[in-house]
Design a protein around this ligand. Structure first.
Ligand code: TYD
Length: 204
C-alpha cells in the first residue's frame, strides 16, 4: 500500500520543527515506516540550493524557481520512491511555503506559483498539512531568543511575516480538508493532544 505524505507549515518561530519529531514518534509507535525530510533540501542538491536560497538576496521569481528545482529533485529522489515503498513521508515545509513566502511575502503572482506547482507535482498533494499558527509576537520572540544565527527570511520585518501568515491562512481557507490549522500559542500538551487525534484519523 502506498504511504502517506504529511507536510508541516508555519511562519518561522511557530514551532513546527519540534512537532515533527513528535509526529514521527507517534506513527512509528503504530509500526508505520516513516522518513522525515525538509524543504528547501532533502537531497544533496536540494541542500546546496537551500544554502543559496536562505543566504543570497535574489529576485522573487528566482527564489520560486530555486525552491521548485529543489522540490523536483526531492520528489524524484526521496518522496515518490518512499511513498511507492509504502513508507510515510513527513516534510518540514512543501509548496504551501512557496505560496506563503514567495507569493504572500515577496509578491510573486499566485498564477506563477500554480504553473510551477502543476509542472512539478500536478499529480501529487500532501494527504494532510499541519499549519502551525502562532501570533506574530510569539513567533518573533521564539526566533530572537533562539541560539542560531538568523537566516535571510528570519531577518525580515514584521510586515513580511504578517503577509506570510495571511497567505498561509488564505491557503487553509481554500483547502480546508487538507490543511489543518494548529493553534500553537497553546501548551505543548494541548497541541500534542490535537495532533494525536488528527493522526489517529489519518492512520485508520
Ligand atoms: P525553516 O524550514 O524554517 O528552517 P529552520 O527551522 O532551520 O530555520 O527555514 C526555511 C526557510 O525557507 C523559511 O524561512 C521559509 C523559506 N522557504 C521559502 O521561502 N519558500 C519555500 O518554498 C520553502 C520550502 C521555504
Amino acid at each position: 500500500m502506498r504511504g502517506k505524505f504529511i507536510t508541516l507549515e508555519g511562519i518561522d518561530g511557530a514551532g513546527k520543527s519540534s512537532h515533527l519529531v513528535f509526529i514521527a514518534e507517534q506513527l512509528r509507535a503504530r509500526h508505520i515506516e516513516v522518513i522525515t525530510t525538509r524543504e528547501p533540501g532533502g537531497t544533496p542538491l536540494g541542500e546546496a540550493l537551500r544554502g543559496i536560497v536562505l543566504n543570497e538576496p535574489m529576485h522573487p521569481e528566482t527564489e520560486a524557481l530555486l525552491v521548485f528545482a529543489s522540490r523536483r529533485e526531492h520528489l524524484a529522489k526521496v518522496i515518490e520512491p518512499a511513498l511507492e515503498r509504502g513508507e510515510w513521508v513527513i516534510s518540514d515545509r512543501f509548496t504551501d511555503s512557496t505560496y506563503a513566502y514567495q507569493c504572500g511575502g515577496r509578491g510573486l503572482s499566485e498564477n506563477r506559483a500554480a504553473i510551477l506547482e502543476e509542472w512539478v507535482h500536478g499529480h501529487l498533494q500532501p494527504n494532510i498539512t499541519f499549519l502551525f499558527d502562532a501570533p506574530l509576537a510569539v513567533a518573533r520572540e521564539r526566533l530572537e531568543n533562539g541560539t542560531l544565527e538568523l537566516d535571510k527570511f528570519e531577518r525580515e520585518q514584521n510586515e513580511f511575516f504578517s503577509s506570510v501568515q495571511s497567505a498561509y491562512l488564505k491557503r487553509a481557507a481554500e483547502f480546508p480538508a487538507r490543511i489543518k490549522v494548529i493553534d500553537s500559542a497553546r501548551t505543548l500538551d494541548e497541541i500534542r493532544a490535537e495532533l494525536g487525534q488528527l493522526l489517529v484519523a489519518l492512520v485508520s
